[in-house]
Design a protein around this ligand. Structure first.
Ligand code: SF4
Length: 206
């Protein structure tokens, strides 16, 4: 993974990532789901991990949760062409379990490099795994959703995973409102502080 530091394009990073064997998920995956979308996106969607369908085809959010995500994006006036979508780990955990801390840590450099190359203004965390991965390992989603946090050069905006809408545990209106807010935030001029703010000081946007 050391060679990824000198990579200057997403395509070259993907080639390296697809050979990655830095954690045990490499043993059971079919494909590496690097992520896809607009390489200049201002909005970066961070999910959890590939599921069976994503593992089979190598693309993020292609199952039923992906259909919900497309609908949520459309309702917010966005499309996949406006955003970049990836997961907190790029390989499927067996039986769709949540990724372990060590797997998240092993995969983190790929995410960091994606963020460095794409330079989004807003990172929307889709679900608890993404929030805990990028913001606070002890985060509780219901406390953080709808608030924005300052990351190193981008805003971090937690919302619900589309699967929660699919399971009807969350009304679609909430992530739609969050995506609209993220879209508005992404239009704000940068000049962002370079140091993340503690989660507890996140500001209410909605
Ligand atoms: S999950 Fe990430 S760190 Fe683990 S093998 Fe896949 S790409 Fe490498």
């Amino acid at each position: 993974m050391a060679e990824s530091k000198s990579v200057s394009s997403l395509e070259a990073l993907q080639v390296l990532c697809e050979k990655c064997r830095n954690c045990g998920l490499a043993l059971t995956r079919k494909t590496v789901v690097f992520g896809e979308g607009n390489p200049g996106a201002k909005i970066f969607l961070l999910g959890e991990a590939p599921g069976a369908q994503e593992d089979a085809c190598g693309r993020p959010f292609v199952g039923r949760a992906g259909e919900v995500l497309d609908r949520l994006l459309a309702e917010a006036g966005l499309s996949r062409q406006d955003v970049f979508i990836t997961g907190s780990v790029k390989c499927r955990p067996p039986k769709n379990r949540n990724p372990y801390r060590g797997e998240l840590a092993a995969c983190r450099p790929w995410l960091e490099k994606q963020l460095a190359l794409i330079k989004p203004r807003v990172v929307v965390c889709l679900g608890l795994v993404a929030v805990q991965n990028i913001l606070d390992p002890k985060a509780k989603l219901h406390e953080m959703r709808g608030r924005w946090f300052e990351g190193p050069g981008y805003w971090i905006f937690p919302t619900y995973h589309p699967a929660a809408v699919l399971r009807s545990t969350v009304k679609a209106e909430l992530p739609i409102a969050d995506l609209k807010a993220a879209a508005a935030l992404s239009q704000m001029q940068p000049g962002l502080p370079l140091h993340p703010r503690p989660a507890s000081s996140g500001q209410q946007l909605i």
